[in-house]
Write a new protein. Structure first.
Length: 313
């Protein structure tokens, strides 16, 4: 329990730092959100009277530290503010867009795991052969390939030429295939190399030699003994890769015009919609912290020798 309390305390500090950085950077960027929003609403340059009224309504006349304190107090009460456009509740906007992003993140992780574990195992078992070399070269290409470039290639090949999948949008499984492959392949490349190196190291452990000495076939050594232990760093990496997934979702959702937190954030940045930017960033930061905590607990579950404090028993 003491470990959980320490982690929760550390997570609270991290989230506090996220709120400070986000709020500070948003309000320090050049430009006047009042003029941008009013110009969009009115279709012309707003008058000074309209600008002053908007600033007063949104509390933008107050010093930044006071604005931050007011916003943070509202967050603790479950109020993330209202969008400058349409006066929509930010929390309701996040809840409306969040399912599509969760769907994309989950599907991309499934794609990555489905590719990485078999490829990594085969590469380790056939170490030094042409199969291993092909796997490593393919992984290198996957790591080096930008998400947006792969996305456009899949749009051209899988959507425009073959006409198999929709180019943009969400709502059906076919809408999810190309974005999930785009986001999942980069993660799969990283995990494949990790599975290979971890399994090779595990196969050299004394208990693997003992299993071979008992007459167990190499396949049995891999599947019954080595693979479980070799997956420990993979579980950790999947948790850490959540940041990659959420960051990549911004690009992928824009490429495929998929409604999600990524497109919501990009639109809010261009529109200088401060409440939405702060709400999306806070939600993503909180998600990242929670997933990392769950990753630590899963690590302990896979290997009871690892204590919750991070030390081997």
């Amino acid at each position: 329990m003491s470990y959980l309390f320490r982690r929760l305390a550390g997570s609270t500090v991290v989230l506090f730092g996220v709120t400070v950085l986000t709020f500070g950077l948003v309000h320090l960027t050049p430009g006047d959100p009042a003029r941008t929003v009013l110009a969009e609403r009115q279709g012309r340059q707003p008058s000074e009277a309209d600008v002053r009224e908007f600033r007063a309504e949104q509390g933008l006349n107050e010093p930044v530290p006071i604005q931050y304190g007011d916003w943070l107090g509202d967050v603790f009460r479950g109020d993330l503010g209202r969008s400058y456009y349409g006066n929509g509740d930010v929390l309701e906007l996040l809840l409306a867009y969040l399912p599509n992003t969760i769907e994309l993140a989950g599907a991309s992780i499934l794609v990555a795991v489905a590719i990485a574990i078999p490829a990594g195992v085969v590469s380790a078992v056939y170490r030094g052969t042409w199969i291993d070399y092909v796997s490593q070269v393919t992984s290198l290409i996957g790591v080096s390939m930008p998400n947006f470039w792969l996305g456009y290639l899949l749009i051209i090949g899988g959507a425009l030429r073959l006409g198999v999948f929709p180019v943009y949008g969400a709502g059906t499984l076919s809408h999810l295939v190309l974005p999930a492959i785009t986001l999942g392949t980069g993660m799969a490349a990283v995990l494949t190399r990790l599975v290979r190196s971890s399994l090779l190291e595990t196969l050299e452990e004394p208990y693997a030699d003992a299993a071979r000495a008992r007459g167990l076939a190499e396949r049995g050594v891999v599947t019954a003994h080595a693979l479980r232990t070799a997956l420990l760093p993979v579980v950790t990496m999947i948790g850490l890769q959540l940041g990659y997934v959420l960051g990549g979702a911004v690009v992928v959702e824009v490429v495929f015009q998929r409604p999600g937190l990524g497109t919501l954030l990009v639109d809010a940045v261009f529109a200088r919609d401060f409440p939405v930017i702060q709400g999306v960033t806070l939600l993503v930061g909180a998600t990242f912290v929670v997933v990392n905590l769950l990753t630590d607990l899963a690590y302990h579950r896979l290997d009871p020798r690892v204590s919750l404090g991070g030390d081997r028993a």
